[in-house]
Design a protein around this ligand. Structure first.
Ligand code: EPZ
Length: 422
């Protein structure tokens, strides 16, 4: 397994451009299965999760070709509607193929994703609403199978604004007969991006960006060939912005819609961060920051995917911070690792109390999940001495060329390949 060696404390300097959003492209890749016409996607980020989804599509019979910054998908000859455990277990987002397979082929069999480090992450909201659309759902042998003569549109109310459930149901509704109304839909920007892609593909959708999405099903043969590039990755952007602040650097982060990060930018400003911004880029400056109290919540609230990174930052600021994680039941796996660097963090159920101005010292630490790993990198940049970060395959899921991008910004960071696990 590879590991990162980071020598801190370090300053960062310059400009970093974020990649296209993983959490927009994953559902868009699932949409490839909806149509027999080619789909051309631009600048797919080179991430493990994207590769996993592409392998899953190939296993189902999708032809994939790459030319320069474009990747073309041809799902005219899908030969299977079954997503097997060996792939799904490595990436929960595989469940997103359920909606497209079910609505096009009237059948889908997907391995249950199972839990992951950050929580049980059930899919009841997905399945209950597919049943309301007319699917027979069967859970057996670790798989969920869904079949129908025809999905029929109806009014649905999600019991929680689940991102994945909103996306899965939205994709399933595209070819359903009649009108589907999704109330209490999640508002994350990646869902609006998915919807814009689907409209370019020929779908009829109203209400994108609101909690009430209305879909009028269209005939399968009306779907069109489509070219698309997803929005920039707001969580990658938040990660670099907080890395800049944690190392008291002047750093520009570009390539994303800054209005997709309002809650994060507002929180950082409240902490005293000096920030310049325009529509597609943010520049942070060395700032004397003070602690903050935040709670994660569904968009437009503070994103759970930026919680771990904020915790690493608050270990460096003046005063005490309180972070409450409301979305996932076990998303504090980064705390024991941050403590190994010297952070002073107390946990009480879903709340963390972080004492500021910790003088972090480099140490061997270990990644546990994607965003926790990003928090460890931030902390290592601010720590004095050498930090070895193991199990960085977690990082590779969601950060394209992280070590290279940080090294270009002046960080002392090396990736050691195939190091035996200690
Ligand atoms: C998406 O996961 C993201 N993943 C996650 O990002 C992100 O943390 C999450 O949304 C919340 O913003 C992708 O987009 C691929 P949810 P998802 O359904 O869809 C519960 C990352 O770091 N729930 O909104 O799985 C669930 O247990 C990843 O890039 C049910 O109870 O999130 C959780 O507590 C991590 N039943 C809460 O809702 C369901 O049927 C939010 O989950 C579905 C969800």
């Amino acid at each position: 397994m590879d590991q990162l060696i980071i020598e801190g404390p370090t300053k960062l300097e310059g400009t970093v451009k974020v990649s296209a959003a993983k959490n927009a492209y994953l559902p868009i890749l699932a949409c490839v299965l909806l149509s027999p016409k080619p789909v051309h996607l631009k600048n797919l980020p080179k991430l493990r999760d994207i590769k996993t989804m592409m392998v899953l599509l190939k296993n189902l019979g999708v032809q994939i070709s790459e030319k320069g910054e474009w990747t073309t998908f041809d799902a005219s000859k899908v030969i299977s509607q079954e997503a097997t455990y060996d792939l799904v277990k490595t990436m929960r987002a595989s469940i997103l193929v359920l909606g497209p397979l079910l609505t096009r082929f009237k059948y889908a069999k997907v391995s249950l994703p199972g839990g992951c480090a950050i929580g049980a992450r059930p899919i009841d909201i997905h399945l209950n609403n597919f049943a309301k659309l007319g699917a027979q759902i069967n859970l057996e042998g670790g798989y969920v199978s869904a079949e129908t003569d025809q999905l029929n549109g109806c009014s649905l109310v999600l019991s929680f604004p689940s991102v994945g459930a909103t996306e899965n149901i939205l994709m399933g509704a595209i070819l359903a007969k009649g009108r589907t109304i999704i109330e209490n839909a999640a508002l994350e920007p990646e869902i609006e991006d998915l919807g814009n892609f689907l409209i370019k593909m020929g779908a009829k959708i109203e209400g994108l960006g609101t909690s009430r999405i209305v879909v009028d099903g269209v005939p399968f043969d009306e779907l069109k060939e489509v070219e698309y590039e997803a929005i920039g990755d707001r969580i990658e952007a938040a990660t670099y912005i907080m890395a800049g602040l944690a190392t008291k650097s002047t750093l520009t982060v570009k390539g994303f819609h800054t209005n997709h990060l309002e809650a994060v930018l507002t929180a950082l400003s409240e902490m005293g961060a000096k920030i310049d911004r325009d529509e597609y880029e943010v520049t942070v400056y060395p700032s004397d920051l003070k602690g903050i109290n935040i709670e994660t919540s569904p968009y437009p609230g503070f994103p759970t995917d930026a919680q771990a990174q904020l915790m690493a930052l608050t270990s460096q600021v003046e005063g005490v911070s309180i972070i409450t994680e409301n979305i996932f039941e076990n998303r504090f796996m980064h705390v024991p690792e941050l403590r190994r660097l010297g952070a002073s963090i107390e946990l009480k159920q879903k709340t963390a109390v972080i004492k500021g101005e910790s003088h972090l010292k480099g140490a061997p630490i270990m990644c546990t999940d994607l965003r926790a790993s990003a928090a460890l990198v931030l902390a290592a940049l601010a720590s004095s001495g050498k930090t070895k970060i193991q199990r960085i395959y977690h990082l590779d899921r969601g950060y394209e060329c992280l070590a290279e991008k940080l090294s270009q910004l002046g960080a002392s960071i090396d990736r050691e390949k195939n190091v035996p696990m200690s």
